[in-house]
Design a protein around this ligand. Structure first.
Ligand SMILES: Nc1ncnc2c1ncn2[C@@H]1O[C@H](COP(=O)(O)OP(=O)(O)OP(=O)(O)O)[C@@H](O)[C@H]1O
Ligand SMILES: [Mg+2]
Length: 485
């Protein structure tokens, strides 16, 4: 049950600046007020600012967030409830979502004039560049970019697993921690987070356009649910992987530190053009798995639907190990590339539309496997085989279920012999333990021989027809005319 609190009359940005100058008195939490306010030669150091209803300050080892009135922008009326719930969620899930920071909502946080207002505090992460800055420095280093892609995949999988969506995944809201164990991503700026406790609350943002599905940008609403990060997760992952093999694209396509990576808003709008960047990228990258992700992106844009979770996209091509704690070298998620070339074959029911069908969330904000399948317009596993919280496999082949092929379109393509060999090799690597095992030829792969049979029949047929024509010409034209005896 949602109970929206009455809006507070928030102080202005200038009010906070005045109060924070005297932080030792105005900040009521002693763990913060004992630190030193971060200042530069311009005065108080204000961080961020695009999100116009907050002031962010650094005091000692803490970042503090103050909510302010900045007409016409105001904090959402329920910001206090939201941050209380988010703080609780972070405390509960920091073990299983390594990107979460301890976010603490402090009801009696700061005194501004004679009134007390809440603040949010989180630890300041030193030596952790923003994702955009990190990429700008390392995009030409293949192994670093591969490690970064893995770290991204890990973060997104953990978030999905915990039903946590950030709402504004971009180049500034993700920090990169570099440790001996490898790269670890950390999330900041929780203003637009979705968690199950906030199900039913209104959406407050649309996110940063170069990382958002154009169909969910203003004036269209963006759903506020567990799926709202799906597009950003996919496009950032594609850029990271593409840069690891094609670093020249960074400058060529105008990536930068804070705004965008390989794609801009316009690239999404012209996704169906053959000379659009999405189509170009498919032909420029040689990594078959990555092409699969790009195809899913193109499909999401064509259908105006959110793409599936990265783990679901990966399930037919990879086996992903999720860890629930900080990575150690032995815990680092592994990607084993199993069967290829299932892409775009049985996955989508091309030409069938679902986007007018309302999708009902369950009370906990999850979508049922059937709904999820409808949203992504693909075959759903047999009912009962997928627990509601589990990622929906692209193409499940559990012991109790027969893989179901999407119907309505000819979606089968023959595997080349080398693809088949590769597929078998990868199946062996998987050891048969993955629930998304590859399909046997009779279950899903098109019979390679049928094409040969068609060609043979066509050749034979046309030879017979040609012979008949020659004979008719001989007996009924040449002979009556006496040209031949
Ligand atoms: N916990 C933290 N550790 C280190 N740096 C941080 C932390 N939190 C915020 N920052 C720095 O402060 C900047 C602004 O923070 P944040 O994104 O929370 O504010 P914002 O006003 O919402 O910004 P924007 O709207 O521009 O995204 C970040 O880009 C980052 O550089
Ligand atoms: Mg931010």
């Amino acid at each position: 049950m949602i109970t929206h609190t009455q809006p507070l009359t928030w102080p202005t940005k200038a009010d906070y600046d005045l109060a924070i100058k005297n932080w030792k008195q105005s900040i009521l939490d002693p763990t913060i007020s004992s630190g030193t306010l971060s200042q530069d030669n311009m005065g108080i150091h204000r961080f961020g600012g695009a999100n116009l209803y907050v002031n962010v300050y650094k005091i000692g080892n803490w970042m503090i967030r103050c909510f302010c009135s900045n007409p016409p922008r105001q904090p959402p009326n329920d910001i206090v409830e939201r941050y209380k719930a988010i703080g609780d969620f972070c405390a509960q899930h920091r073990q299983d979502v390594s990107a979460l920071l301890p976010v603490t909502f402090i009801e009696r946080g700061i005194k501004v004039q004679s009134q007390v207002f809440p603040i949010v505090k989180m630890p300041f992460l030193t030596h952790c560049p923003a994702l955009g800055d990190f990429i700008a420095e390392h995009y030409h280093e293949k192994s670093t970019m591969e490690a970064l892609s893995q770290a991204w995949l890990r973060m997104i999988n953990e978030m999905e697993h915990a039903s946590f969506a950030h709402g504004d995944l971009d180049l500034t809201n993700v920090l990169v921690e570099q440790s001996q164990q490898g790269l670890l991503l950390r999330l900041i700026d929780y203003d637009n987070v979705w968690i199950p406790a906030l199900d039913g609350y209104p959406q407050t943002e649309h996110g940063h356009a170069p990382f958002q599905h154009p169909h969910f940008l203003p004036p269209n609403p963006r759903p506020y649910d567990a799926l709202m990060d799906r597009f950003s997760a996919l496009v950032i992952y594609i850029s990271l992987r593409a840069l690891s093999t094609n670093p020249e694209l960074y400058d060529e396509w105008g990536a930068d530190e804070s705004e965008r990576l390989l794609f801009s808003e316009n690239d999404y709008k012209i996704a169906n053009l053959v000379d659009g960047r999405i189509a170009q990228l498919i032909s420029r990258v040689t990594d078959i798995e990555l092409r699969g992700y790009i195809q899913v992106l193109a499909q999401s844009l064509r259908t105006d639907l959110m793409p599936p979770a990265l783990s679901n996209i990966a399930q037919t091509t990879m086996r992903i190990s999720l860890t629930t704690s900080r990575p150690t070298s032995s815990q680092t998620p592994t990607i084993q590339p199993p069967p290829i070339a299932l892409w775009g074959q049985q996955v989508y029911t091309v030409g069938q539309t679902f986007w007018n069908t309302p999708i009902q969330s369950q009370p906990n904000g999850q979508h049922s496997p059937d709904d999820t399948a409808r949203m992504y317009n693909w075959a759903t596993p047999a009912a009962g085989n997928t627990p509601p919280n589990a990622p929906v496999p692209l193409y499940a082949n559990t012991p109790n279920s027969t893989p179901q092929k999407a119907t309505g379109a000819n979606t089968t393509t023959a595997l080349t012999p080398s693809q088949q060999r590769q597929k078998k090799r990868r199946q062996r690597q998987q050891g048969g333990t993955n629930t998304t095992t590859a399909l046997t030829p009779s279950q899903g792969n098109p019979p390679v021989h049928s094409m040969r049979r068609i060609i043979l029949t066509a050749v034979l047929g046309s030879t017979v027809v040609a012979l008949i024509i020659i004979l008719v010409f001989f007996f009924f034209v040449l002979r009556p005319m006496g040209i031949v005896p």
